[in-house]
Design a protein. Structure first.
Length: 544
């Protein structure tokens, strides 16, 4: 990493000179660019909040409940390769993201970045796709269904009960949300540690009356599963078909910069959080998935389906096989906190997406309203809370199935986001060169970011295009698979063309990208990052 030093060196004088020679329009000055965030929001999220949110936001119910379906398609070796591949793509993408977010730490992150570095129409299209994704109350539905593991009451009861604390968390200060998520993060880490340790004990024969498993399930039924077809072709189809679910598992990584306007020292803390994705989150995922591959066979019929509770969790199935009775309840309880956290994040993210769209005058200005004391965009929060009513669709099985189709759109929407992050980074680098800046002028740089942006761009495009390939195989047509794989790209094009045609927005020329305004803000608002001391220095190892 390198920091720019704005002293009296020849290089810095050249950068400052650009501020004078490049025309900055009335809407492009640094003060006006960040004005909405500065006047409406309050920076109260600390490094520990954003750090822990980044570290564990990707560990959702996908790992705890749905990884069994992935294992059933891929087999033990296949699932490891799948998680390693997607994890690498995500990690490289987030390194590039960190550079862009440090230069332009704006609420809405990629939505605003797309408008700045690509085209206003791109920001509009992605903004409304993101809004759709966050408004769907999948986390609340999951939480209500998870409770069904213990209760015979209707899910509607638990949806109503859980919605109250979610509303309270989001209607108060963002600091409250940060503290709640911090606690949820600690619980998720505890859950992962418990699953890994208990899995190793089970695998190594530490449970009374159970034989040592070792790598038995890697040999029987085998390292790779067959899916749709037989032989090596079937093994490859299973592996590739599972990648979409793995993409969904890593879906929380983009949330680290969404709250940039409410984060203290965003140019320091957001890159610090993004760097962890590559080596901490991926490594934790790999350890958990590796242990999973050892303790349950991929041909266990119970893991191939899920009813939303821990009953079909591959970890729970493995512990039940081993005769460990208490762990399934612990897994279910901690998975509940994970689903609850997802529901919380959905409300917060929806309100901030609406805020960022309103800041660009692409949504009603009422969504910019914040209460004076808490600085919370309460109108956006209120609208997002109204959409929680969709959770009651899960009460009817048919409606729940339809609802799950829309939830599956998330994977292709995530890939679109990764593509835009890469494009924004590539265009930022080109604009720096065209306008006479160097990469060392940026608030944060990483030497692998330029190559990482291209690698993640190409890989994400391939994954997006092939996301629903199984539905085109003979005799395997599924409308739900086709819709979930390709609905987001189609909607993106529709939204893009609608704004492009009605507003006649041009693609921004590299020389017109507002690098000078962003550099001006970076130069005039230095951040004072005070390192933790004493016991806090030790505790900060969790998120630093």
């Amino acid at each position: 990493m390198s920091k720019a030093n704005f002293d009296n060196s020849e290089e810095d004088r050249k950068s400052v000179a650009n501020l004078e020679t490049v025309s900055i329009g009335p809407q492009d000055s640094a003060s006006e660019l960040f004005e909405v965030d500065d006047t409406h929001l309050k920076r109260t999220l600390k490094d520990r909040h954003i750090g822990m949110i980044a570290l564990v936001s990707v560990f959702g119910t996908g790992l705890f409940l749905s990884s069994g379906g992935t294992l059933a398609k891929t087999g033990p070796v296949g699932i490891l390769i799948a998680y390693a591949l997607i994890g690498t793509i995500v990690g490289l993408n987030q390194i590039a993201f960190a550079e862009v977010a440090a230069l332009a730490p704006l609420t809405g992150s990629t939505i605003r970045h797309s408008e700045i570095f690509i085209d206003e129409a791109v920001g509009f299209a992605y903004g409304y796709l993101s809004l759709w994704q966050h408004l769907l109350p999948g986390g609340l539905v999951s939480a209500a269904l998870i409770i069904q593991y213990w209760s015979n009451l209707s899910p509607a009861v638990w949806i109503s009960v859980l919605a109250v604390p979610i509303a309270a968390t989001n209607l108060f200060s963002i600091r409250i949300y940060g503290e709640v998520e911090f606690v949820f993060a600690l619980l998720k880490i505890a859950l992962i540690a418990m699953l890994v340790l208990a899995g190793l004990v089970l695998d190594l024969g530490g449970v009374k009356g159970q034989e040592r498993l070792g790598f038995h399930y890697w040999k029987d039924p085998g390292p790779f599963a067959e899916f749709v077809k037989t032989g090596n072709i079937g093994k490859f189809i299973g592996f590739w078909a599972a990648l979409s679910s793995v993409v969904y598992s890593y879906g929380g990584v983009q949330g680290i910069a969404l709250l940039a306007g409410e984060t203290k020292n965003p140019r320091t803390n957001i890159p610090r959080a993004a760097k962890r994705i590559l080596y901490r989150v991926v490594s934790l995922y790999m350890v958990a998935v590796f242990v999973l591959s050892l303790i349950v066979p991929y041909n266990d019929k119970k893991i191939a389906v899920s009813d939303g509770t821990a009953a079909h969790s591959p970890f729970v199935v493995a512990f039940e096989r081993g005769g460990i009775k208490v762990l399934p309840h612990v897994v279910n309880a901690l998975t509940l906190t994970s689903a609850w956290s997802e529901a919380n994040a959905g409300i917060t993210s929806s309100a901030r997406v609406l805020f960022s769209l309103a800041a660009k005058k692409q949504a009603p200005q009422i969504f910019l309203k914040t209460n004076k004391r808490l600085n919370v965009p309460f109108v956006g929060v209120a609208l997002a809370l109204l959409f929680l009513a969709l959770s009651y669709m899960s009460i009817d099985s048919t409606a729940a199935t339809v609802f799950s189709w829309f939830q599956n759109i998330t994977s292709s929407n995530l890939l679109l986001g990764w593509i835009l992050i890469s494009i924004c980074h590539i265009r930022m680098n080109k604009a720096l060169k065209v306008q006479g800046y160097k990469r060392s002028d940026l608030p944060y740089t990483n030497r692998i970011a330029p190559a990482g942006a291209w690698i993640s761009l190409i890989a994400s495009v391939i994954l997006l295009v092939t996301g629903g390939f199984t539905t085109f195989l003979h005799g395997n047509w599924q409308t739900s698979t086709f819709v979930s794989a390709y609905c987001s790209p189609v909607l993106f094009v529709i939204f893009y063309l609608a704004w492009k045609i009605t507003r006649r927005t041009p693609q921004i020329d590299l020389k017109d990208i507002i690098i000078p305004a962003l550099m001006e803000d970076y130069k005039t608002r230095p951040e004072n990052d005070v390192p933790p001391k004493g016991i806090y220095k030790f505790l900060s190892l969790l998120w630093s």
